[in-house]
Design a protein around this ligand. Structure first.
Ligand code: RAM
Length: 352
């Protein structure tokens, strides 16, 4: 009997020594994930989507998808954004999120470079930072969620404007803010399309670029101002806020000026139906938010690091590749821009 007790004691001591060895070998990172009294592996991750501005209905649609995907991956979603689309106001939102110690930030940027110091701080604190819709520069992000090829969008909008005026009539652009990365990229491609095909577009010059700041009131007054120039026959609004404001002005004034751009089917249906906007383009904003949250989840669990060549598992969207982006960083492409016209608008206006 004594022998058995002695053997048991030896076994117990050996186990205790092994167990304590195991403990000291466990890497400790600021005590956060190794606090054995409160196991951290069950902690829900928190992901924030920072909109260009909170009121923008397009941004709200993006968040819808973000929220759905967060639920699917078991993360806590936050919807943040300033009242006006400025980088300064976005910085004021980023800083407290860093202090709060959230796990991921997906931002639709109001400026490519101005957010870099705040986002670098976020990344240094271990937060997974990605941009979506409107990119931050490559150094400020892990990757970017790109709605559609910017070249296709820019060239496609000029081609649409050209057709709408039968190759004759000045073009005006009603953009969002002057610093918006996405709109500026699309405008660059619009200019390239015009420059590279100068003969074709000889009678459809780009007359003016106006900025409505994604603010309905400013977009309305900028459209009204554009209409005082009789050489302008078509307006391209590469922003959903600009599209709606311009559509209303043109409809109110029973103007002959045509409208195209990037609009929400739910908002633009009446203008497509009455011919103010013969056709326009967009993609599914809900899918952008959805893809962003899944990308974040992949970054959190280490399945992806944001490098070109990796595959993001994006729930119902399937697998999406991370590819090299034109700005030196990487991006995940959602798909192609989709054309909305009188034929299909009824089908889409209830979707987004
Ligand atoms: C506005 C915003 C957004 C843009 C869409 C098309 O809602 O400017 O960034 O992607 O339009």
């Amino acid at each position: 009997m004594k022998k058995i007790i002695a053997l048991l004691l030896v076994a117990l001591m050996a186990f205790t020594v092994l167990a304590s060895c195991g403990k000291t070998e466990t890497p400790v990172d600021s005590g956060k994930s190794n606090d054995t009294t409160k196991p951290d592996d069950t902690k829900k991750l928190t992901y924030a989507f920072i909109a260009k501005d909170v009121q923008n209905p397009y941004m709200q649609k993006v968040y819808e998808g973000f929220e759905t995907a967060c639920k699917e991956v078991g993360a806590e979603p936050l919807y943040k954004g300033p009242e006006a689309a400025t980088p300064e106001k976005q910085i004021e939102i980023i800083n407290p999120l860093v202090a709060q110690g959230i796990d991921g930030i997906a931002i639709a940027a109001n400026d490519a470079d101005a957010l870099q110091p705040a986002l670098t701080e976020a990344r240094e604190a271990g937060i997974k930072v990605i941009s979506l819709d409107s990119a931050v520069n490559a150094a400020s992000r892990i990757t970017h969620i790109q709605q559609a090829d910017p070249e296709k969008i820019g060239r496609g909008l000029i081609q649409a404007a050209y057709e709408m005026v039968n190759g004759e009539g000045g073009i005006a652009i009603l953009s969002a803010t002057a610093q918006a990365t996405n709109q500026n990229l699309w405008i660059e491609w619009m200019k390239k399309e015009l420059d590279e095909n100068a003969d074709k577009y000889a009678k459809t010059p780009l007359v003016k670029i106006a900025y409505g700041d994604d603010d309905p009131t400013k977009s309305t007054s900028e459209t009204t101002a554009l209409l005082t120039d009789p050489s302008i026959k078509v307006i391209i609004a590469p922003t959903t806020v600009g599209m709606l404001a311009a559509g209303k002005v043109l409809q109110d004034k029973k103007s002959e000026v045509k409208l195209t751009g990037l609009g929400l089917p739910s908002e633009m249906a009446p203008f497509i139906e009455d011919g103010t906007c013969p056709w326009m383009y967009l993609w599914n904003p809900i899918d952008i938010g959805y893809l962003a949250a899944y990308t974040m989840a992949g970054l959190s669990d280490g399945t992806v690091t944001g490098a070109a060549g990796e595959i993001v598992k994006a729930g119902t969207l399937g697998e999406k590749s991370i590819v090299a982006a034109a700005d030196g960083g990487t991006e995940v492409m959602l798909g192609d821009p989709f054309k909305f016209d009188a034929e299909n608008i009824a089908e889409w206006k209830t979707v987004y």
